[in-house]
Design a binder for this molecule. Structure first.
Ligand code: SF4
Ligand code: SF4
Length: 127
């Protein structure tokens, strides 16, 4: 299953043009992609606190990396990457395939698929 999902996600030509309602019958493949997040996302997710804005970037990075949901920090993009579970799903996806942080989810998730590897298209896969 994991291999099929990852192969499908890596093959952008196999993606589907997004339209309203498409998510209703989808297995939620966009939650199997690496998610890059900013400090503002981390504050909304309660991984960092507002007071971190007054600290140095070095301190922000150090504290964010202590959280189990954070895999790494990439200096060139100044973004963090959320950890994925062994099956490729996002750290925040529960066993019922629901986002446990939906109301606080990162901008990357909110903007998908308008912003993403193939804008306007997504890795739709029927449930
Ligand atoms: S992959 Fe596309 S259709 Fe599926 S849940 Fe994500 S945005 Fe919706
Ligand atoms: S944060 Fe939520 S919406 Fe975003 S990829 Fe993870 S489970 Fe999906």
């Amino acid at each position: 299953m994991k291999k099929n999902i990852q192969e499908h996600l890596n093959d952008l030509q196999s993606w589907t043009k997004y339209k309203k309602g498409l998510c209703d019958s989808c297995a939620g493949l966009c939650c199997y992609m690496p998610v890059e997040v900013k400090v503002s996302d981390l504050i909304r997710l309660n991984i960092l606190d507002e007071f971190h804005l007054e600290l140095s970037q070095r301190e922000q990075i150090k504290d964010a990396l202590k959280h189990p949901a954070i895999l790494r920090y990439t200096p060139s993009s100044e973004k963090f990457t959320l950890k994925q579970k062994p099956d490729g799903s996002c750290f925040f996806l529960d066993i019922n395939k629901k986002c446990t942080q939906y109301d606080q989810r990162p901008d990357t998730c909110r903007n998908h698929p308008q912003v993403g590897p193939r804008p306007g298209f997504c890795g739709y896969m029927k449930k």
